[in-house]
Design a protein around this ligand. Structure first.
Ligand code: CA
Length: 228
């Protein structure tokens, strides 16, 4: 089955680079240079994934994320320029699956696309209940967390935080999402909780907590549980 990707990007060079490299990888690629063109294409035909630039001539990519999330489950990967960093959080909270900052490599984009597609697939079929990478194994149904074959003892909050990241393994989860899902909406601004609990989790899970292999920091945005 050929997967279809819609690339929404007004920069001609980046657009044609994405078109050619994604086609080489076997995707059927459609392109749009503006929000209005993207909306027109989306009305006819729903792609399997959208790669979305933020700064578009007729508006802001974030509007399209909101529209897509209201109606569809299509994964959205946002590509943003450096000066749009602050917006990334808003986008992820709005339901974008992931983001890349320009300039980015195609290999990185493909990796993020695979994760987003897999995540959508599995979240429709069955919830993720286990996570394994290198020395770490997490089973959400039995609440067991093992490192190098030995059971780790996590507090309930540490476990809930890890579980939230396991359910989105490979994808960034914003501070706000983590705080809301683990502590509750009234704690959504308490980022010091996260720093504290993340340090505790790393001390238990990571071989070298100062150079984490599993619990990765996305500076200014949130955290990502490595899945490869
Ligand atoms: Ca642009």
């Amino acid at each position: 089955m050929t997967l279809r990707v819609l690339v929404v990007e007004d920069d001609r060079e980046i657009r044609s680079l994405l078109q050619s490299s994604l086609s080489v990888e076997g995707f059927a690629v459609q392109t749009a240079v503006s929000l209005s063109e993207a909306r027109a294409l989306l009305q006819h035909d729903l792609p399997d994934l959208v790669v979305l630039d933020l700064g578009l001539p007729d508006g802001d990519g974030v509007d399209l994320v909101h529209e897509l999330r209201r109606q569809h489950k299509v994964p959205v990967i946002v590509v943003s320029a450096r000066h749009q960093e602050a917006q990334k959080i808003e986008l992820l909270d709005a339901g974008a699956d992931d983001y890349l900052t320009k300039p980015f490599g195609i290999a990185e984009l493909l990796a993020r696309m695979r994760v987003a597609l897999r995540h959508r697939g599995t979240s429709l079929a069955a919830a993720i209940t286990t996570h394994s990478l290198d020395d770490l194994h997490v089973d959400l149904t039995t609440h067991r967390v093992m490192r190098d074959g030995e059971a780790l003892h996590l507090t309930p909050t540490e476990f809930n935080l890890l579980a939230r990241l396991v359910r989105s393994a490979g994808r960034v989860v914003t501070h706000r999402q983590l705080l809301t899902d683990v502590w509750g909406a009234e704690f959504s601004e308490h980022t010091h909780y996260l720093r504290l609990y993340m340090a505790q989790l790393r001390a238990k899970i990571e071989r070298n907590p100062s150079e984490p292999r599993h619990l990765l920091t996305e500076t200014g945005v949130g955290y990502r549980l490595a899945d490869s």
